[in-house]
Design a protein around this ligand. Sequence first.
Ligand SMILES: Cc1cc2nc3c(=O)[nH]c(=O)nc-3n(C[C@H](O)[C@H](O)[C@H](O)COP(=O)(O)O)c2cc1C
Length: 190
Amino acid sequence: MTIEGKNAIEQNIISRRTIKKFKADPVDPQEIIELLNVAKWAPNHKITEPWRFQLYVGKGKEKFAQAFIDSQPMEDGEPSERTLRKAQYYKDIPLQLVVIMPEDPRQRTWDEDYGAVSAFIQNFQLAAWERGIGMVWRTNDWVYNPVFREGIGVKPGEKIVATLMIGYPQHIPAARPRTDIQEFMTIIEE
Ligand SMILES: Cc1cc2nc3c(=O)[nH]c(=O)nc-3n(C[C@H](O)[C@H](O)[C@H](O)COP(=O)(O)O)c2cc1C
């Protein structure tokens, strides 16, 4: 899709969509590392690099899915069908990438770190999109659940900023409309 009057980077930003339906084709973990090495050029005050990553590939995805299952309410001591269906959906997605930041007790540092990690993630989404790789940035309830956190080895004092579920898009949804910025803008000239 070409958007008239927009340069390549503008087109990439506008055309990227959150993807939830993926092809079964595998995504090369090395390519993800390559893309993360691009994304790390995000603005980051004092270059603290406040991030670490856990990438779940192949059989490794079982561990991610099990932590999810364990974090969900049981029915008669068993995971519900809904839970198992979701776990299978997650396992079928080629890659899961968990993005983790330290939770600095100082508000300013926490804010700066979250800003940097968010910029990192968007860089990553855009760089991947340019190569035809899609993802969904997830912050479901279970990423805050101690059972899931412990299950995947996230320590107290760390925050899961995103679970990114990554693959080649099977379906690219239509964009949800965005408001003209002028509606949010006050220009002060004098
Ligand atoms: C901080 C953050 C958390 C998000 N969490 C979720 C989520 O838990 N589940 C989900 O389906 N999408 C999640 N999204 C994706 C948004 O829903 C998505 O960006 C939005 O619907 C707009 O769609 P687009 O990215 O295709 O423009 C999240 C996005 C951000 C920035």
